[in-house]
Design a protein around this ligand. Structure first.
Ligand code: SAH
Length: 390
Protein backbone atom coordinates (compact mmCIF):
# COMPACT_ATOMS: atom_id res chain seq x y z
CA UNK A 1 0.00 0.00 0.00
CA UNK A 2 1.41 3.41 -0.83
CA UNK A 3 1.71 5.95 2.02
CA UNK A 4 -1.10 8.34 1.02
CA UNK A 5 -3.81 5.68 1.12
CA UNK A 6 -2.34 3.73 3.98
CA UNK A 7 -4.68 3.96 6.97
CA UNK A 8 -3.23 5.04 10.32
CA UNK A 9 -4.33 2.68 13.05
CA UNK A 10 -5.61 4.05 16.34
CA UNK A 11 -5.35 1.45 19.11
CA UNK A 12 -7.54 3.30 21.65
CA UNK A 13 -10.55 1.07 21.03
CA UNK A 14 -8.60 -2.14 20.49
CA UNK A 15 -7.14 -4.87 22.64
CA UNK A 16 -3.65 -6.00 21.66
CA UNK A 17 -5.10 -9.01 19.82
CA UNK A 18 -7.39 -6.82 17.78
CA UNK A 19 -4.59 -4.37 17.08
CA UNK A 20 -2.35 -7.19 15.91
CA UNK A 21 -5.00 -8.33 13.49
CA UNK A 22 -5.40 -4.82 12.11
CA UNK A 23 -1.61 -4.42 11.85
CA UNK A 24 -1.38 -7.74 9.99
CA UNK A 25 -3.79 -6.24 7.48
CA UNK A 26 -1.13 -3.57 6.82
CA UNK A 27 1.53 -6.23 6.43
CA UNK A 28 3.07 -5.65 9.88
CA UNK A 29 4.12 -8.49 12.11
CA UNK A 30 2.97 -9.34 15.65
CA UNK A 31 6.17 -8.07 17.29
CA UNK A 32 5.98 -4.73 15.57
CA UNK A 33 2.36 -4.49 16.65
CA UNK A 34 3.23 -5.32 20.25
CA UNK A 35 5.94 -2.66 20.44
CA UNK A 36 3.73 -0.06 18.81
CA UNK A 37 0.82 -0.86 21.15
CA UNK A 38 2.98 -0.54 24.25
CA UNK A 39 4.66 2.65 23.13
CA UNK A 40 1.42 4.34 22.25
CA UNK A 41 -0.32 3.48 25.53
CA UNK A 42 2.68 3.96 27.79
CA UNK A 43 4.49 6.88 26.18
CA UNK A 44 2.09 8.38 23.64
CA UNK A 45 4.65 7.89 20.91
CA UNK A 46 3.43 7.07 17.39
CA UNK A 47 4.62 4.01 15.47
CA UNK A 48 6.56 4.33 12.25
CA UNK A 49 8.14 1.78 9.97
CA UNK A 50 10.69 2.83 7.36
CA UNK A 51 9.75 6.43 7.95
CA UNK A 52 6.07 5.76 7.42
CA UNK A 53 3.59 6.58 10.21
CA UNK A 54 1.22 3.66 10.63
CA UNK A 55 -0.25 3.86 14.17
CA UNK A 56 -0.94 6.54 16.74
CA UNK A 57 -3.49 7.45 19.37
CA UNK A 58 -6.03 9.94 18.20
CA UNK A 59 -7.83 11.18 21.31
CA UNK A 60 -9.95 14.32 21.13
CA UNK A 61 -8.12 17.41 22.43
CA UNK A 62 -8.73 18.70 25.94
CA UNK A 63 -10.63 21.92 25.46
CA UNK A 64 -10.99 22.93 29.08
CA UNK A 65 -9.59 21.84 32.44
CA UNK A 66 -10.52 23.08 35.87
CA UNK A 67 -8.81 22.42 39.17
CA UNK A 68 -10.19 22.60 42.66
CA UNK A 69 -7.98 22.09 45.67
CA UNK A 70 -9.02 19.51 48.25
CA UNK A 71 -7.11 18.38 51.34
CA UNK A 72 -5.95 15.31 49.42
CA UNK A 73 -4.74 17.26 46.39
CA UNK A 74 -6.21 18.81 43.26
CA UNK A 75 -9.47 17.50 41.82
CA UNK A 76 -9.37 18.09 38.07
CA UNK A 77 -12.38 18.18 35.78
CA UNK A 78 -11.54 18.16 32.10
CA UNK A 79 -13.56 18.47 28.94
CA UNK A 80 -12.47 16.55 25.90
CA UNK A 81 -13.72 17.14 22.41
CA UNK A 82 -15.41 14.35 20.46
CA UNK A 83 -17.11 14.42 17.09
CA UNK A 84 -20.72 15.51 16.93
CA UNK A 85 -23.92 13.72 16.10
CA UNK A 86 -23.63 12.31 12.57
CA UNK A 87 -27.21 11.36 11.83
CA UNK A 88 -30.76 11.84 13.05
CA UNK A 89 -32.56 15.04 13.98
CA UNK A 90 -29.88 16.35 16.34
CA UNK A 91 -27.27 16.28 13.55
CA UNK A 92 -29.00 19.16 11.80
CA UNK A 93 -29.35 21.33 14.90
CA UNK A 94 -26.66 23.98 15.52
CA UNK A 95 -24.22 23.22 18.32
CA UNK A 96 -24.17 19.46 17.82
CA UNK A 97 -21.34 19.28 15.27
CA UNK A 98 -18.72 18.84 17.99
CA UNK A 99 -19.38 17.72 21.53
CA UNK A 100 -17.48 17.59 24.77
CA UNK A 101 -17.11 14.72 27.21
CA UNK A 102 -16.54 15.44 30.89
CA UNK A 103 -14.26 13.42 33.14
CA UNK A 104 -13.00 14.04 36.66
CA UNK A 105 -9.74 13.07 38.35
CA UNK A 106 -10.16 12.69 42.09
CA UNK A 107 -7.16 12.46 44.43
CA UNK A 108 -6.90 10.09 47.37
CA UNK A 109 -4.19 9.68 49.96
CA UNK A 110 -3.56 6.01 50.66
CA UNK A 111 -2.65 4.35 53.92
CA UNK A 112 1.06 4.89 53.33
CA UNK A 113 0.53 8.57 52.61
CA UNK A 114 0.94 8.17 48.86
CA UNK A 115 -1.40 10.02 46.54
CA UNK A 116 -3.26 8.18 43.81
CA UNK A 117 -6.21 9.12 41.65
CA UNK A 118 -9.61 7.80 40.79
CA UNK A 119 -10.72 8.71 37.28
CA UNK A 120 -14.43 9.20 36.84
CA UNK A 121 -15.34 8.30 33.26
CA UNK A 122 -18.30 9.17 31.08
CA UNK A 123 -19.97 6.58 28.88
CA UNK A 124 -22.32 8.92 27.00
CA UNK A 125 -22.71 12.59 26.19
CA UNK A 126 -25.81 13.33 28.21
CA UNK A 127 -28.09 10.63 29.55
CA UNK A 128 -31.54 9.25 28.77
CA UNK A 129 -32.41 8.08 32.28
CA UNK A 130 -34.07 11.31 33.43
CA UNK A 131 -33.21 11.17 37.15
CA UNK A 132 -34.63 14.40 38.52
CA UNK A 133 -31.71 15.23 40.85
CA UNK A 134 -28.94 14.77 38.27
CA UNK A 135 -27.42 17.55 36.20
CA UNK A 136 -26.54 15.31 33.26
CA UNK A 137 -30.15 14.14 32.92
CA UNK A 138 -31.20 17.72 32.27
CA UNK A 139 -29.51 17.66 28.86
CA UNK A 140 -31.05 14.38 27.67
CA UNK A 141 -29.05 11.84 25.69
CA UNK A 142 -27.01 13.40 22.90
CA UNK A 143 -25.10 10.27 21.91
CA UNK A 144 -23.30 7.24 23.26
CA UNK A 145 -19.50 7.14 23.21
CA UNK A 146 -17.47 4.55 21.35
CA UNK A 147 -15.05 2.28 23.21
CA UNK A 148 -12.16 4.37 21.81
CA UNK A 149 -13.72 7.58 23.14
CA UNK A 150 -14.09 6.02 26.58
CA UNK A 151 -10.47 4.83 26.62
CA UNK A 152 -9.45 8.26 25.27
CA UNK A 153 -10.51 9.78 28.60
CA UNK A 154 -7.94 7.63 30.40
CA UNK A 155 -5.40 8.47 27.71
CA UNK A 156 -6.04 12.20 28.08
CA UNK A 157 -5.77 12.08 31.87
CA UNK A 158 -2.53 10.12 31.59
CA UNK A 159 -0.78 11.82 28.68
CA UNK A 160 -2.49 15.08 27.73
CA UNK A 161 -3.34 16.90 30.96
CA UNK A 162 -0.66 19.22 32.28
CA UNK A 163 1.27 17.26 34.81
CA UNK A 164 2.23 18.93 38.02
CA UNK A 165 3.33 15.44 39.04
CA UNK A 166 3.10 12.01 37.55
CA UNK A 167 -0.48 10.94 38.11
CA UNK A 168 -0.99 7.48 39.43
CA UNK A 169 -4.49 6.59 38.21
CA UNK A 170 -5.35 3.58 40.27
CA UNK A 171 -9.14 3.34 40.04
CA UNK A 172 -11.70 3.94 37.34
CA UNK A 173 -15.37 4.51 38.00
CA UNK A 174 -18.09 4.79 35.39
CA UNK A 175 -19.86 7.50 37.35
CA UNK A 176 -19.51 10.41 34.96
CA UNK A 177 -22.03 11.36 32.31
CA UNK A 178 -24.35 8.68 31.02
CA UNK A 179 -25.77 5.31 31.94
CA UNK A 180 -23.12 2.65 31.24
CA UNK A 181 -25.74 -0.07 30.83
CA UNK A 182 -27.36 1.96 28.07
CA UNK A 183 -24.09 1.62 26.13
CA UNK A 184 -22.83 -1.65 27.50
CA UNK A 185 -21.09 -3.07 24.41
CA UNK A 186 -18.81 -0.04 24.17
CA UNK A 187 -18.25 0.06 27.95
CA UNK A 188 -17.26 -3.62 28.08
CA UNK A 189 -14.95 -3.27 25.08
CA UNK A 190 -13.36 -0.22 26.73
CA UNK A 191 -12.83 -2.27 29.89
CA UNK A 192 -11.13 -5.02 27.87
CA UNK A 193 -8.73 -2.43 26.47
CA UNK A 194 -8.17 -0.67 29.80
CA UNK A 195 -7.27 -4.02 31.38
CA UNK A 196 -4.96 -5.12 28.55
CA UNK A 197 -1.66 -5.87 30.22
CA UNK A 198 0.26 -4.33 27.31
CA UNK A 199 -1.94 -1.25 27.30
CA UNK A 200 -3.24 0.71 30.29
CA UNK A 201 -2.95 -2.50 32.36
CA UNK A 202 -5.54 -1.57 34.97
CA UNK A 203 -6.92 -4.29 37.20
CA UNK A 204 -10.58 -5.24 36.72
CA UNK A 205 -10.95 -5.07 40.50
CA UNK A 206 -10.09 -1.37 40.28
CA UNK A 207 -12.89 -0.62 37.84
CA UNK A 208 -16.49 -0.03 38.91
CA UNK A 209 -19.56 0.32 36.73
CA UNK A 210 -22.32 2.37 38.30
CA UNK A 211 -25.87 1.87 37.07
CA UNK A 212 -29.35 3.24 37.70
CA UNK A 213 -30.25 -0.44 38.08
CA UNK A 214 -30.97 -1.71 34.60
CA UNK A 215 -31.81 -5.35 35.16
CA UNK A 216 -31.02 -6.46 31.59
CA UNK A 217 -27.61 -4.82 31.93
CA UNK A 218 -26.93 -6.44 35.30
CA UNK A 219 -27.64 -9.85 33.75
CA UNK A 220 -25.33 -9.14 30.82
CA UNK A 221 -22.62 -7.92 33.15
CA UNK A 222 -22.96 -11.17 35.07
CA UNK A 223 -22.11 -13.03 31.85
CA UNK A 224 -19.13 -10.75 31.20
CA UNK A 225 -17.68 -11.27 34.65
CA UNK A 226 -17.54 -14.98 33.91
CA UNK A 227 -14.95 -14.22 31.20
CA UNK A 228 -11.43 -14.89 32.29
CA UNK A 229 -9.94 -11.97 34.20
CA UNK A 230 -13.08 -9.95 34.75
CA UNK A 231 -14.73 -11.59 37.75
CA UNK A 232 -13.46 -8.88 40.09
CA UNK A 233 -15.07 -5.99 38.23
CA UNK A 234 -16.98 -3.73 40.64
CA UNK A 235 -20.69 -3.00 40.43
CA UNK A 236 -22.38 0.02 41.98
CA UNK A 237 -26.13 0.54 42.02
CA UNK A 238 -27.75 3.92 42.45
CA UNK A 239 -30.56 3.11 44.86
CA UNK A 240 -31.23 6.65 46.06
CA UNK A 241 -34.60 5.85 47.60
CA UNK A 242 -36.02 3.70 50.38
CA UNK A 243 -39.20 2.59 48.57
CA UNK A 244 -40.77 2.32 45.11
CA UNK A 245 -42.97 5.33 45.61
CA UNK A 246 -40.07 7.74 46.12
CA UNK A 247 -37.75 5.97 43.70
CA UNK A 248 -40.25 6.11 40.84
CA UNK A 249 -40.63 9.84 41.40
CA UNK A 250 -36.94 10.63 41.22
CA UNK A 251 -35.70 7.79 38.97
CA UNK A 252 -38.02 6.95 36.05
CA UNK A 253 -36.24 3.59 35.51
CA UNK A 254 -37.96 2.36 38.66
CA UNK A 255 -41.35 2.39 36.95
CA UNK A 256 -40.24 -0.48 34.70
CA UNK A 257 -37.65 -2.07 37.03
CA UNK A 258 -39.00 -1.83 40.57
CA UNK A 259 -36.83 -2.29 43.62
CA UNK A 260 -37.81 -5.89 44.42
CA UNK A 261 -36.92 -7.06 40.89
CA UNK A 262 -33.68 -5.15 41.05
CA UNK A 263 -32.79 -6.83 44.31
CA UNK A 264 -33.61 -10.29 42.90
CA UNK A 265 -31.30 -9.62 39.94
CA UNK A 266 -28.52 -8.62 42.33
CA UNK A 267 -29.01 -11.60 44.60
CA UNK A 268 -28.66 -13.82 41.50
CA UNK A 269 -25.45 -12.01 40.44
CA UNK A 270 -22.26 -14.11 40.65
CA UNK A 271 -20.49 -11.81 43.10
CA UNK A 272 -16.94 -13.03 43.74
CA UNK A 273 -16.25 -14.24 47.24
CA UNK A 274 -15.35 -11.34 49.46
CA UNK A 275 -16.79 -8.92 46.88
CA UNK A 276 -19.50 -6.38 47.60
CA UNK A 277 -22.11 -4.41 45.77
CA UNK A 278 -21.84 -0.71 46.30
CA UNK A 279 -25.23 0.90 46.85
CA UNK A 280 -25.22 4.62 46.25
CA UNK A 281 -27.72 6.76 48.10
CA UNK A 282 -27.91 10.45 47.30
CA UNK A 283 -29.34 12.12 50.38
CA UNK A 284 -31.82 14.79 49.28
CA UNK A 285 -33.41 17.02 51.93
CA UNK A 286 -37.14 16.47 52.29
CA UNK A 287 -37.15 13.63 49.76
CA UNK A 288 -35.38 10.60 51.21
CA UNK A 289 -33.67 11.73 54.41
CA UNK A 290 -36.19 10.91 57.14
CA UNK A 291 -35.74 8.33 59.94
CA UNK A 292 -38.49 6.14 58.43
CA UNK A 293 -36.50 6.19 55.17
CA UNK A 294 -33.41 4.88 56.95
CA UNK A 295 -35.52 2.04 58.40
CA UNK A 296 -37.06 1.12 55.03
CA UNK A 297 -33.65 1.21 53.39
CA UNK A 298 -32.18 -1.06 56.06
CA UNK A 299 -35.06 -3.53 55.49
CA UNK A 300 -34.50 -3.44 51.75
CA UNK A 301 -30.79 -4.17 52.18
CA UNK A 302 -31.27 -6.85 54.85
CA UNK A 303 -31.07 -9.81 52.39
CA UNK A 304 -27.49 -8.75 51.63
CA UNK A 305 -26.60 -9.40 55.27
CA UNK A 306 -26.04 -7.31 58.37
CA UNK A 307 -22.95 -5.59 59.61
CA UNK A 308 -21.85 -7.21 62.86
CA UNK A 309 -18.56 -7.31 64.71
CA UNK A 310 -17.56 -10.49 62.86
CA UNK A 311 -19.19 -10.20 59.46
CA UNK A 312 -19.39 -7.79 56.59
CA UNK A 313 -22.47 -7.94 54.40
CA UNK A 314 -22.57 -8.38 50.64
CA UNK A 315 -23.27 -4.73 50.11
CA UNK A 316 -21.82 -1.44 51.27
CA UNK A 317 -23.95 1.67 51.24
CA UNK A 318 -22.29 4.83 50.05
CA UNK A 319 -24.10 7.88 51.35
CA UNK A 320 -23.67 10.85 48.99
CA UNK A 321 -24.79 14.29 50.13
CA UNK A 322 -26.88 15.77 47.34
CA UNK A 323 -24.94 18.24 45.17
CA UNK A 324 -27.47 20.76 43.92
CA UNK A 325 -27.84 20.76 40.17
CA UNK A 326 -28.63 23.99 38.32
CA UNK A 327 -32.10 25.29 39.15
CA UNK A 328 -32.34 22.67 41.83
CA UNK A 329 -35.59 22.56 43.80
CA UNK A 330 -33.64 21.10 46.75
CA UNK A 331 -30.71 22.47 48.76
CA UNK A 332 -27.68 20.43 49.78
CA UNK A 333 -28.30 18.50 53.02
CA UNK A 334 -26.90 19.92 56.23
CA UNK A 335 -23.88 18.29 57.78
CA UNK A 336 -26.04 17.24 60.75
CA UNK A 337 -28.66 15.52 58.64
CA UNK A 338 -26.02 13.55 56.73
CA UNK A 339 -24.32 12.44 59.95
CA UNK A 340 -27.58 11.51 61.66
CA UNK A 341 -28.89 9.54 58.65
CA UNK A 342 -25.56 7.70 58.50
CA UNK A 343 -25.58 6.98 62.23
CA UNK A 344 -29.13 5.69 62.02
CA UNK A 345 -28.25 3.30 59.18
CA UNK A 346 -25.22 2.01 61.06
CA UNK A 347 -27.38 1.44 64.15
CA UNK A 348 -29.72 -0.63 61.97
CA UNK A 349 -26.85 -2.88 60.87
CA UNK A 350 -26.23 -1.34 57.46
CA UNK A 351 -22.58 -1.29 56.41
CA UNK A 352 -22.70 2.39 55.44
CA UNK A 353 -20.02 4.93 54.63
CA UNK A 354 -20.07 8.48 53.58
CA UNK A 355 -18.71 9.67 50.27
CA UNK A 356 -16.71 12.84 50.67
CA UNK A 357 -17.74 15.56 48.28
CA UNK A 358 -14.98 16.84 46.02
CA UNK A 359 -15.20 19.25 43.14
CA UNK A 360 -18.61 20.70 43.97
CA UNK A 361 -17.62 24.31 43.23
CA UNK A 362 -16.61 23.58 39.68
CA UNK A 363 -19.66 21.37 39.06
CA UNK A 364 -17.40 18.33 38.98
CA UNK A 365 -18.96 16.44 41.86
CA UNK A 366 -21.35 13.48 41.55
CA UNK A 367 -24.26 14.23 39.29
CA UNK A 368 -23.04 17.68 38.32
CA UNK A 369 -21.60 16.94 34.89
CA UNK A 370 -23.33 18.39 31.87
CA UNK A 371 -22.04 20.82 29.28
CA UNK A 372 -24.31 23.77 29.61
CA UNK A 373 -23.54 25.35 26.26
CA UNK A 374 -25.35 22.45 24.64
CA UNK A 375 -28.44 23.35 26.57
CA UNK A 376 -28.06 26.98 25.52
CA UNK A 377 -27.87 28.17 29.07
CA UNK A 378 -25.76 31.06 30.20
CA UNK A 379 -22.20 29.83 30.34
CA UNK A 380 -20.57 30.70 33.62
CA UNK A 381 -16.83 30.94 33.06
CA UNK A 382 -15.01 29.38 35.96
CA UNK A 383 -11.84 30.78 37.47
CA UNK A 384 -8.74 28.68 37.96
CA UNK A 385 -9.76 27.71 41.49
CA UNK A 386 -13.08 26.48 40.24
CA UNK A 387 -15.19 29.25 41.67
CA UNK A 388 -17.58 30.62 39.06
CA UNK A 389 -17.27 34.26 38.02
CA UNK A 390 -20.68 35.85 37.90
N1 SAH B 1 -25.92 6.50 35.41
C1 SAH B 1 -25.07 5.93 36.39
C2 SAH B 1 -23.76 6.64 36.57
C3 SAH B 1 -23.77 8.15 36.64
S1 SAH B 1 -24.30 8.93 38.10
C4 SAH B 1 -25.78 5.80 37.72
O1 SAH B 1 -26.89 6.30 37.84
O2 SAH B 1 -25.28 5.15 38.61
C5 SAH B 1 -23.11 8.55 39.32
C6 SAH B 1 -23.63 8.70 40.74
O3 SAH B 1 -23.89 10.07 41.04
C7 SAH B 1 -24.94 7.96 40.97
O4 SAH B 1 -24.88 7.21 42.14
C8 SAH B 1 -25.95 9.08 41.13
O5 SAH B 1 -27.01 8.68 41.95
C9 SAH B 1 -25.11 10.16 41.74
N2 SAH B 1 -25.69 11.48 41.54
C10 SAH B 1 -26.42 11.91 40.50
N3 SAH B 1 -26.80 13.20 40.69
C11 SAH B 1 -26.29 13.58 41.88
C12 SAH B 1 -26.31 14.79 42.61
N4 SAH B 1 -26.93 15.87 42.12
N5 SAH B 1 -25.68 14.84 43.80
C13 SAH B 1 -25.02 13.76 44.27
N6 SAH B 1 -24.94 12.59 43.60
C14 SAH B 1 -25.58 12.50 42.43
Amino acid sequence: MSPPDCPILDPLGMTLDQFRLAAAGLGLGPHQALHAYRRIFRENRPATTAGRLWAQANPGPIVHALEEQTPEGPTVKFLQQVSGVQSGTLSTRPGFDTLTVESVLIPMIGRLGKRSYTLCLSSQVGCAMGCTFCETAQMGLIRSLTAAEIVAQWFAATHLLDHAEARDIRNLVFMGMGEPMDNLDAVLQAIRVLCDSNGPALGASNITISTVGRIDGIRRLAEFTRELGFHRLGLAISINAPNDHIRSQIMPINRSSPMAELRDALLAYPMRSGGKFCFEYVLIPGVNDGPEHARQLADYLAPFGKWTRDTLPLGVLNLIPYNPRHRSPWPAPTEESVESFLAHLVELGVYAKRRRTKGRQMMGACGQLGARHIRSRRVVEPTSDGAPIR
